[in-house]
Design a protein around this ligand. Sequence first.
Ligand code: PBG
Length: 341
Amino acid sequence: MDLTHRPRRLRQDRVRGLVSETSLEPTDLIAPVFVDATTDERVPIESMPGHERVPIDEAVARVEDVLETGVEAVMLFGIPESKDPEGTRAWADDGVIQEALRRITSETDAYVITDVCLCEYTDHGHCGPLEEELRSEGGVAEDDPGCEPTLTVDNDATLEALEKIVTSHARAGADMVAPSGMMDGMVGTIREALDDAGYEHVPIMSYAAKYESAFYGPFRDAADGAPSFGNRRHYQMDPANTREALREVRLDAEQGADVMMVKPALPYLDIVSAVRREFDHPVAAYNVSGEYAMLHAAAEKGWLDLEEVALESLLSIKRAGADLILTYFAEDVAQRLPVGR
Ligand code: PBG
């Protein structure tokens, strides 16, 4: 055959690495860590094999294990000792995250990012205090005698809580804060609160395009943050929408977000790539609990090779345009990098 183009020439073993377009480094990865104030012992998270909630006393040891794999950053989630309708333990200076932060930042070199949200701290499990809202099928709710009041998250009251949370995190040593509640104006409010308190150097990674996703199921078990009624579709985004994601990212850019996150990752790679194309901010993607759990479940059945699919997933997320990946696979994959391919 007289073929001019033979792409297979560049797929031979010794040249593959030279022409590879995407790489994955341990420093691209951020490992989520769950700190639990309700326990003195590590508690395995059933739906996320290999992950545990650790007591405050073991937070440092847990982070040291992460650092050993080459991963340099962690994202902290807290499970408080008690919950109330306002989520007041989220901004307590002796709260679970604040306590863990002080220890981790004084005893390790980890770069510590904190998830900033109220859903683990409110007794109803929503991402902020609730208010009654009148809803009607058609027309103005107040004019409809049959209209039932429903509960929704009070956006502006939540912003006031977020100010208190981020300043308490910064005081306790947070290197970066990551608001995940999808409240309107959250980035601007947080930027101002941090700046006013003298933390202009603390960056914000915004969960800018966070979808109302069923892939968060295992996390909600892990962090005990499932809503006790309803769902989060009044604040998280509709999976049907792309332009809305770009609008959310644009608003966060205007309000001073430093890093833009898309969440979940694998079912939303088109969004990751659109954000990468349209903006010049670093893009993070959150490879969420359900993405992790489904690969584990399939591997357990012997249907998939876990190590291979984990690596391929993370590489694909980078190829789509993510600079950073939050993933429960961080430690497992980092230990196997770099990979010869
Ligand atoms: C808190 C928060 C959630 C996740 C990260 N931060 C849960 C949610 O929005 O219900 C999900 C992470 C995962 O599934 O791995 N707002």
